[in-house]
Design a protein around this ligand. Structure first.
Ligand SMILES: [Cu+2]
Length: 384
């Protein structure tokens, strides 16, 4: 479904403003991006100068053809779809290929939505580098797209986090190169105006900058992002839905989702673990408007790296972590008792609007830690 006429006029005006601002920025003496990147590389001290490196393919970064118009695709990012740890290697050059794809995907039972994505999934690919890496980010905007797109990475020191350099029309490709200076878990998102619409429609992901030596080993790592979806029809309407710019600016979402769609992490792709295993969740809140009170019902988080900071010590023994829009948290736990554990935002009414995931723990019962004691007939608890 196409945006209505007023939306299109407003968007065209905003794009024009963005282009004028970009031209003014260039005339003001901004250094062309590729030259700036090369200068930064040649100026690096020898110890920091990484060797050329054929990076392994990053999860999901291979561009895929956009399906023909009217085709419906699965946009859900599998929470287990993330690259292995960087580990002990030294700094290297890494290339990240992002591909802006506007696709129609399943939002909920009987409802589809016109998503804007990085690489056809929500969230976009999980990017994993280490401190000292020289990272080239290439954004290709598919020729069949309607909109301009770019990418702003919060791990970047530079104008717009790379957004200014990657403002890209359909059929074009732009790039920038940055040095990863600060360990942590960072959001990236499209920052083409209006930013909130591009984010709400699915253009976000995360980049992990590992410290030297990497993170401690765990048994399972997962990639989960919370988002809001604003539709042009009331909640639970069937059929093809488009976004509502009015609802986006009023901050009244119809749906809240983990990994892009209702049920993505419950029925379709739940997280799994075994009794005794350690689990790390890379959690991000794309927003664009609402903070998340991230909580795993029935678990206690052993470690929480608040705001994704890996320069600060983790909190210990945490029940719920607040994650603002545009931020992240690294959450670790050891699963000790078998069963089904629900991932939620403890602004708990959002469960009613689609925001629920599941962590399924298999293995032997642990009666010392937990034992259900029922007399008579126990009431059934939905979802447990
Ligand atoms: Cu965009």
């Amino acid at each position: 479904m196409r945006p209505n006429r007023n939306d299109r006029i407003l968007r065209a005006a905003l794009v024009a403003v963005a282009v004028i601002a970009g031209v003014a920025w260039l005339k003001a003496g901004a250094t062309p991006v590729e030259t700036a990147g090369a200068a930064a590389l040649s100026a690096s001290p020898a110890a920091d100068a990484p060797a050329d490196y054929a990076a392994p393919p990053l999860s999901g970064t291979t561009a895929t053809p956009v399906p023909a118009a009217g085709t419906q695709v699965d946009i859900v990012r599998d929470p287990a779809d993330l690259p292995p740890p960087v580990g002990l290697r030294g700094p290297r050059r890494v290339t990240v290929n992002l591909h802006a794809e506007e696709v129609t995907g399943t939002l909920a039972n009987g409802a589809t939505f016109h998503y804007w994505t990085f690489n056809g999934r929500v969230p976009g690919p999980f990017v994993r580098v280490r401190v000292g890496d020289i990272v080239t980010v290439r954004l290709a905007n598919d020729a069949r797209n309607m909109m301009m797109h770019n990418v702003d990475m919060h791990a970047v020191l530079g104008p717009g986090g790379g957004g200014a350099a990657t403002q890209t029309g359909p059929g074009e490709t732009r790039s920038f190169t940055f040095k990863a200076t600060t360990p942590g878990l960072f959001i990236y998102h499209c920052a083409t105006m209006p930013h909130a619409e591009h984010i709400a429609n699915g253009m976000y992901g995360m980049i992990l900058v590992e410290p030297p030596g990497g993170l401690p080993k765990v048994d399972h790592e997962y990639y989960v992002m919370q988002g809001e979806i604003y539709t042009d029809k009331p909640y639970a309407t069937q059929g093809l839905l488009a976004d509502s710019y009015a609802k986006i600016v009023a901050e009244t979402p119809d749906y809240y989702v983990f990994n892009g769609a209702v049920g993505a992490l419950t029925d379709r792709k739940p997280l799994t673990s075994k009794v005794g295993d350690t689990v790390r969740i890379f959690f991000g809140d794309a927003g664009p408007n609402k903070a998340s009170a991230f909580h795993v019902i029935g678990e206690i988080m052993n470690r929480v790296y608040e705001d994704g900071s890996l320069l600060s010590p983790p909190l210990r023994g945490v029940q719920t972590v607040e994650v603002p829009p545009g931020s992240a948290a690294i959450v670790e736990m050891r699963t000790r008792v078998p069963g089904k554990y629900l991932l939620v935002d403890h602004a708990i009414a959002r469960v009613e609007r689609g925001l629920e995931g599941a962590l399924i723990v298999s293995g032997a019962a642990n009666d010392e830690l937990y034992k259900a004691e029922t007399t008579g007939r126990a009431a059934a608890m939905p979802g447990m």
